[in-house]
Ligand binder design. Structure first.
Ligand code: SF4
Length: 458
């Protein structure tokens, strides 16, 4: 059934224009005239709930709203790099509109049940049809299911739920129990409950929309572009480059997302009012304290660098401890990097291998030590150089020694086995009366956080 544009449609669109006008004040970004010019929109809109051209991997009856047919626009990788640059300063609404316009029914929003509900609000504000899917891992909090229901009712949509393969879940739980992730890491369970269902969903799409933000994880999301060819998953046409990933809120910080959600009166997950920021599965998510980074509430028993569940694994670069990748430096054949050293100041002692081994042996050292295990080519080490140097200056004369140990190249195995090295940088505190070093557990590497850690243990 075709839906013609009538005067009532025009009124409907006009009301959306006024909504967008309201948003413009809040967002402070300029919304393109193209976005506001609804009269230029394509008129060949299918009726809502008409039988869509649907891909097998997504459940047809669960389609949120049928999107208009769009001309397929094939772009190369470099086009997306250029597009990402062009849209770098665009508002999330403009990016969302661009994404929905290009991909129509072949794009869907990935909704986790947390603050990425903002994506649904942005899609709604564009006035375009849109699809939403969620991964129901079977381990979500009741509050998240309640939010799914509230969102469906608020927007008049049906979320396309993706479930894990029952046989795979059975095999995992029967062989390893319900909480194996606490013992051998979250990857296996996430692979079964999240990554494979996601892969199935994406195989039915040409593009997807995520709520990734740069400020969510300094370790893994600091370079998220607003649009990219998906580095990890395949789309409908198969093969690398067959799926486009849109991250409309990549450049928005968490505070602004919350201002937007409040201003637009969007339903939110009740867990947020209980101290949860980043929300995933119930056993793997916990509230964070004021000042703690939101990703510290996820998989807290694991190393910070590995805090991606696999949904965005393209974010993780091979730059940690394998000696083959470097992030931004030149790596020589032996795994050491040909870049200038860092943490170079009189207040920081450069420790040799015997020096660190000595620290490990001493149970009664004269003063406690704070030591960073680093690699000069690692951009996360480079990023914390200023705060670590300042910290060393502050601790000068305090009785706490500050040191550094270069732990890449031929030292990496020793550092992994003896010094708890998981990724760079790793920060260790050697207390005065114990040989056992204590690993700094947080991704927050500002002076105040590091100082609080030292003061709590000295
Ligand atoms: Fe399993 Fe936890 Fe991953 Fe959920 S977040 S899929 S429970 S490991």
């Amino acid at each position: 059934m075709a839906l013609a544009f009538t005067s009532s449609t025009a009124i409907h669109e006009q009301s959306k224009v006024s909504q967008l006008g309201k948003f413009q004040l809040l967002d402070q970004h300029k919304i393109s005239s193209k976005l506001l010019n609804f009269s230029t929109r394509r008129c060949a809109v299918k009726a809502l709930y008409a039988e869509p051209k649907r891909n097998e991997s997504m459940v047809p009856s669960a389609a949120t709203i049928v999107a208009p047919e769009v001309e397929e626009k094939v772009l190369e990788a470099e086009d997306y790099e250029k597009l990402a640059k062009d849209l770098e300063n665009a508002s999330p609404l403009e990016i969302m509109d661009n994404a929905l316009d290009r991909f129509g029914d072949d794009i869907a929003i990935a909704f986790s049940g947390a603050e990425d509900v903002a994506l649904i609000e942005y899609a709604h504000l564009t006035g375009r049809p849109f699809r939403v899917f969620s991964l129901d891992t079977g381990r979500l909090n009741p509050e998240t299911y309640q939010l799914f229901d509230a969102v469906e009712k608020h927007y008049g949509i049906r979320i396309e739920y993706m479930f894990p393969d029952a046989v795979e879940v059975q095999a995992l739980v029967r062989s390893k129990g319900l909480f194996s992730f606490y013992e051998d890491g979250h990857q296996e369970c996430c692979r079964v409950r999240k990554v494979r269902p996601l892969r199935r969903a994406l195989k039915g799409l040409r593009a997807w929309i995520t709520g990734q933000r740069k400020d969510q994880s300094p370790g893994t999301r600091s370079e998220v572009p607003v649009v990219q060819l998906d580095p990890a998953f395949e789309g409908l046409d198969g093969g690398s480059g067959s799926l486009v990933k849109w991250n409309p809120v990549a450049n928005v910080n968490g505070k602004d997302i919350w201002n937007f959600l409040r201003a637009m009166n969007v339903p939110v997950n009740a867990l947020h009012s209980k101290g949860y920021v980043s929300i995933g599965c119930e056993p793997c998510t916990r509230p964070v304290l004021p000042g703690q980074h939101e990703r510290e509430g996820r998989w807290w028993w694991e190393d910070a660098k590995a805090k991606e569940c696999g949904l965005h694994k393209g974010n993780i670069k091979d730059e940690s401890v394998n000696g083959n990748g470097n992030g931004n430096g030149v790596v020589q054949a032996n795994g050491s990097a040909n870049v200038a050293d860092i943490f170079d100041t009189k207040d920081i002692v450069t420790l040799s291998r015997p020096g660190v081994e000595n620290l490990l042996k001493l149970e009664d050292r004269r003063e406690p030590w704070l030591v960073v295990l680093y690699a000069p080519w690692c951009r996360f080490c480079q990023a914390m150089e200023g705060s670590y140097v300042e910290l060393a200056e502050k601790l000068g004369g305090s009785g706490v020694k500050v040191g550094k140990f270069r732990a890449d190249g031929e030292q990496k195995t020793f550092a992994q086995q003896e010094l708890q090295l998981g990724s760079f940088p790793t920060i260790l505190f050697f207390p005065k009366h114990s040989s056992q070093p204590i690993k700094y557990p947080s991704e927050k590497r500002d002076v105040d956080s590091l100082l609080a850690f030292v003061n709590a243990l000295r």
